[in-house]
Design a protein around this ligand. Structure first.
Ligand code: PGA
Length: 251
């Protein structure tokens, strides 16, 4: 079995590179622990050079987003080629905070394609905004997955994908507001079923599904006791002690 996946999504934090360097000093003390995971760190773009140098013994640089094409001239854009020149191997795509800014499933699908073409592993984020007893979230998720993977049908593309299930209502809260392990187990089965409809059973089985949404030291172990293959961690990845405790829970 491959190592558990751990992705630190720093979003637009911390507020300065100096503070980021402090966090990395804390991470570096836990190198041997982090090496037991497949660790990716996605910092703000201006921190890339420093972060990539400091993490090279135990982690890989990741992007929080990717531009939807690698061609042409575009002001204010960072292309996949530039990301790769810093050692980026993986990109978060379609995070709910980007979808909230207007990113559609169509754009997300284009980004997944560009990422695959650029040899950057796409981590496609999906997740319902709200839940109700009617179970509408199943239909929502099914449609979001299908549209975000529109046009991606090749077996070898499918097998390079990672799905991050991130229910929007659980993001940026605390462990007690996060998803419960029994609900997570149900959602993993559902996502696998949809992936089987999109691709086939064999490819769907190979796509790792990770969870994000208030993963903290308090709930990491229980959530990992499901069929989940790793975590996408926001706020808790800015605190070396919390992040190390999460890593300990999954190795
Ligand atoms: P959170 O963020 O861990 O702070 O909930 C996760 C994410 O948005 O990727």
């Amino acid at each position: 079995m491959s190592k558990p996946l751990l992705i630190a999504n720093w979003k637009n934090h911390p507020e300065s590179l100096a503070r980021g360097t402090n966090i990395l000093q804390g991470f570096s003390k836990k190198q041997s622990l982090f090496k037991k995971t497949s660790l990716f760190i996605a910092p703000p773009l201006p921190y890339f050079e420093t972060v990539s140098k400091k993490i090279k013994n135990y982690a890989t640089l990741a992007a929080q987003d990717i531009f939807f094409t690698s061609e042409g001239t575009h002001t204010g854009v960072v292309t996949p080629e530039i990301l790769k020149s810093f050692g980026v191997k993986l990109s978060i795509i379609g995070h709910s905070e980007r979808r909230a800014l207007g990113e559609t499933n169509e754009v997300v699908a284009q980004k997944v394609k560009t990422s695959l073409l650029s040899n950057i592993t796409p981590v496609l984020c999906v997740g319902e905004t709200t839940r109700d007893t009617e179970g509408d979230h199943f239909g929502f998720l099914q449609e979001q997955l299908k549209l975000s993977l529109e046009g991606i049908r090749r077996k070898d593309d499918a097998e390079r994908l990672i799905i991050a299930y991130e229910p929007v209502w659980a993001i940026g809260k605390t462990a007690k507001d996060a998803m419960q392990p029994s609900d997570l187990s149900q959602m993993i089965i559902f996502i696998k079923k949809v992936l089987t409809e999109i691709f086939d059973r064999e490819s769907a089985d190979k796509i790792p599904i990770i969870y994000g949404g208030s993963v903290e030291p308090e709930n990491a172990k229980q959530l990992f006791d499901t069929d989940i293959r790793g975590f996408l961690v926001g706020h808790a990845s800015l605190d070396p002690q919390s992040f190390a405790t999460i890593a300990e829970a999954i190795v």
